[in-house]
Structures are given as structure tokens and as C-alpha cells.
Design a protein around this ligand. Structure first.
Ligand SMILES: *Cc1c(COP(=O)(O)O)cnc(C)c1O
Length: 324
């Protein structure tokens, strides 16, 4: 585990890292260690569901939180409260891949003595270096791209030696989400092929994003490289590329019809996780959203995690599944 921690710290140019049994192990221990009664957390962007559920639990211990979906700095500044101790963000988000102005958020936070935490799982340590943009802590679910083979769980938090020590004594030691040696070994092996996997998955996902953009039944494709304006500028400034993730809003008569179309895919596994060598598809909604309220995600949103199968075969599979 020490070797993995050193490697992850090096990849993000951080002083230190701590590994956990899972991404949620890292997230829960970090928030638990840094927050106390009376403190407020501001969540920015499209946050991983269980992270918000954990924050809901912290309310029982006097820690309050808000979620702000603004991407402009004025809106974000207005959401900061006098009691805000932590700003926790995801950029890119894990369903629509929206980006936030990381440098400006961290400047705002630093001027107020607020700790910034980013969940950097989607970008991986290779495609985005948040600590270099001013974030105090970067968190990863190693279960996704770092492991890369859908057979290991793991989590990590990287940052200054001082903050990692605090998380070690006030989170890691108390909550028990310690990483097993075999998992650390598998994750070190995963890291060795991460650049090669990402390169192919990235190229494949981009071709698939362009293919989907041309389909009449696809209303919109979500992929940072297809965005324009401010999102495109942030993509160029903050990231070295995007991974193998994309999503799209598919025209469907009903939720059942949406699932029927997704189920016609033969090369894509039907599962929620992502970042492995096998392509996966998942629907954003578990059932039919209320008629005029689909929430933050479009009704027909399907997310694809592109694996290492041939791109032509994946495109042919999508073509047959989406053709009525
Ligand atoms: C999966 C995921 C997590 C949690 O990771 P586990 O290892 O499954 O606990 C956290 N953040 C994001 C963005 C994720 O996708």
C-alpha cells in the first residue's frame, strides 16, 4: 500500500497520499476527519450520489451542506456561507461531464481559509492535476480507471503531508476502511497500463461520440470535447484529454422503450460501474421520471463507458441497437 501511495502522490505532484478500501472509504474518512459540528460544506457540480448521502448522514452530527449547480464564479461565491469549511467539487461530473472553473474556485476558497476537495475519479491522475490548480485534496475511486479491470475496489486521497496526517488520525484510523495488500498490488499493476488503456479508450470514445451526434434518434451527446464556449475553454485549460466516458440523450417513447433499446446492445455490459476494459451502458434514471421533472439528467440519458473492444465493432453494435 505504501508503494501505491507514493506512486499516486507522485502522479499528482503531491506530498502525500492515503489509500482506502474503496472510493467511498476515502470520501467518508476525509469528510469525517475535516468537519465538525457547526461546519458547512458546499458541494459544487454533479456530485456522486453516495457522497451526498454521506453528507446527509453528517447532518445528524451538526454538519450542514448545500449543493450549488452554478458554473459561473459569481453564483458559486454567493453560495459560500460564513460557516463553510469545505468546498467539495466534481469536475468533470460523472454523468454529464460538466466542468467547473477549478482555479477560480480554489482562489475564492483560499482567500476565506476554506479547504477544497475534488473528486478526480473521472479525469484520473493522468488527465487532470487539480493540486496544481490550487485544490487542497484530490480523491480517487481506484475502483474505476486506476484498477481498470472491474475486479478491485480501492480509494485514495492525495494532498499535503499535514492534511493527509489529519485524515490518517481522525478518519482512516477510526473508520476502518483500510486497503488490503492484494488490492494495492492489483492497483499498482493497473497503473502500469493506465496510459495505454486511456489512450485507446479516449480515441474510441471520441469516435463514438461523433457517431452518436449524427444519429437522428440522439438528442444530444455529452462529452467535453464536443462542447463549445466556456466549457470548451475549461477543457483546454484544465485537462489533457477526456477518458472513455460519454453519455447521450436518446429519444424513447417511454423508460421501458429506452431500456429495450439499451438491451439490444450486445457488446456492452449492463452495469453501473465504469473504467474497465469491457464496455458498459447504464441509464441515468431507474424508472420513468415524473412527466415534467426529470431532474438534472435528461429522461433518455444513457452513459457509456468505453472499454478496449474494437471501435468499429462498438459502433456497429450501437447502430443496430438504435435502428428501429
Ligand atoms: C465510483 C465512484 C466513487 C466511489 O467509489 P467506490 O470505490 O465504488 O466506493 C466516488 N466518486 C465517483 C465519481 C465515482 O464514480
Amino acid at each position: 500500500m505504501l508503494e501505491l501511495e507514493k506512486t499516486l502522490a507522485r502522479l499528482e505532484q503531491a506530498e502525500a497520499a492515503k489509500c482506502f478500501a474503496s472510493g467511498m472509504g476515502a470520501i467518508s474518512a476525509t469528510l469525517f476527519a475535516l468537519l465538525g459540528s457547526g461546519d458547512h460544506v458546499l458541494f459544487l457540480g454533479d456530485i456522486y450520489g453516495p457522497t451526498i448521502e454521506f453528507a446527509d448522514r453528517l447532518a445528524a452530527y451538526g454538519v450542514t451542506h448545500d449543493q450549488c449547480f452554478d458554473t459561473d464564479i459569481a453564483g458559486i461565491e454567493a453560495a459560500i456561507k460564513p460557516a463553510t469549511r469545505v468546498i467539495y467539487l466534481e469536475s468533470p461530473g460523472s454523468m454529464l461531464f460538466g466542468l467547473l472553473p477549478i482555479r477560480r474556485i480554489c482562489e475564492l476558497a483560499r482567500a476565506r481559509g476554506i479547504t477544497t476537495i475534488i473528486d478526480n475519479t473521472v479525469a484520473t491522475p493522468l488527465l487532470q492535476k487539480p493540486l496544481q490548480m490550487g485544490c487542497d485534496l484530490s480523491i480517487h475511486s481506484c475502483t474505476k480507471y486506476i484498477g481498470g479491470h472491474s475486479d478491485t475496489l480501492g480509494g485514495a486521497v492525495v494532498g499535503s503531508a499535514e492534511l493527509i496526517e489529519r485524515i490518517f488520525y481522525k478518519g482512516y484510523m477510526l473508520l476502518g476502511a483500510a486497503m488490503a495488500p492484494m488490492d494495492a498490488w492489483l492497483l499498482l499493476r493497473g497503473l502500469m497500463t493506465l496510459p495505454a488503456r486511456l489512450m485507446q479508450q479516449q480515441a474510441s470514445a471520441l469516435r463514438i461520440a461523433h457517431f452518436l451526434s449524427d444519429q437522428p434518434s440522439v438528442r444530444r451527446v455529452y462529452h467535453p470535447a464536443l462542447e463549445t464556449g466556456e466549457q470548451s475553454a475549461l477543457f483546454a485549460e484544465q485537462m489533457r484529454g477526456h477518458s472513455g466516458l460519454l453519455s447521450f440523450d436518446l429519444a424513447a417513447d417511454s423508460h421501458a422503450d429506452l431500456l429495450a433499446q439499451a438491451n439490444r446492445l450486445k457488446l456492452f455490459g449492463k452495469a453501473i460501474s465504469w473504467g474497465g476494459v469491457e464496455s458498459l451502458v447504464t441509464a441515468a434514471h431507474r424508472g420513468e421520471p415524473a412527466p415534467d421533472h426529470a431532474g438534472r439528467y435528461p429522461r433518455g440519458l444513457l452513459r457509456l463507458s468505453i472499454g478496449l473492444e474494437g471501435t468499429d465493432a462498438l459502433i456497429a453494435d450501437l447502430e443496430q441497437a438504435l435502428t428501429p
